[in-house]
Design a protein around this ligand. Structure first.
Ligand code: ATP
Length: 136
């Protein structure tokens, strides 16, 4: 069995990561799942959450904002709406986005369509703050 596999994370704007790694845990829509080298092929969708990836004793985190993942024995490819590495996250921007969303939510009710847009913005902002807080 191979000891590592290639993780590629792509968004509409850029290649976020292309790295040989040994393990990931990813935020699947049906729950978090892990992948090790040699995993049997599958395809699923990702929600907003954090992606952990590890090589040896080093592990890192990145944000994923919705996407698709294709798992093959020697390669995992993620196509995400947005993704940021830990060190790329602008914490002040995420904090401002969180406050904006909280303000909007105070003024909206669940009957209004905008309520769900604000909930989504809040979820993305909290996820960015969570991943940024993992920076060592
Ligand atoms: P904002 O209101 O601050 O734009 P958002 O949640 O609406 O936040 P998205 O639509 O998810 O932002 O992302 C738009 C682009 O901006 C993506 O390329 C995403 O990677 C980037 N981005 C959003 N927020 C941040 C952040 N806090 N730090 C770094 N990049 C960010």
């Amino acid at each position: 069995m191979t000891a590592s596999f290639l993780l590629e994370v792509v968004t509409p704007n850029r290649l976020v990561l292309s790295q040989d790694i040994e393990e990931i845990t990813a935020p699947g829509v049906e729950g978090e799942f892990g992948v090790l080298p040699g995993h049997s092929p599958f395809f699923t969708t990702l929600k907003v959450g954090e992606l952990m990836y590890r090589a040896g004793k080093e592990q890192w985190y990145m944000t994923v904002t919705w996407g698709f993942v294709e798992v093959l024995p020697e390669r995992v490819t993620i196509l995400a709406e947005a993704a940021e590495l830990e060190q790329e996250i602008d914490v002040e921007r995420a904090q401002r986005a969180k406050e904006r969303a909280e303000e909007r939510l105070k003024q909206l009710s669940p009957e209004e369509r905008e309520f769900y847009a604000a909930m989504g913005a809040l979820e993305r902002a909290i996820n960015r703050l969570t991943v940024a807080s993992r920076r060592s």
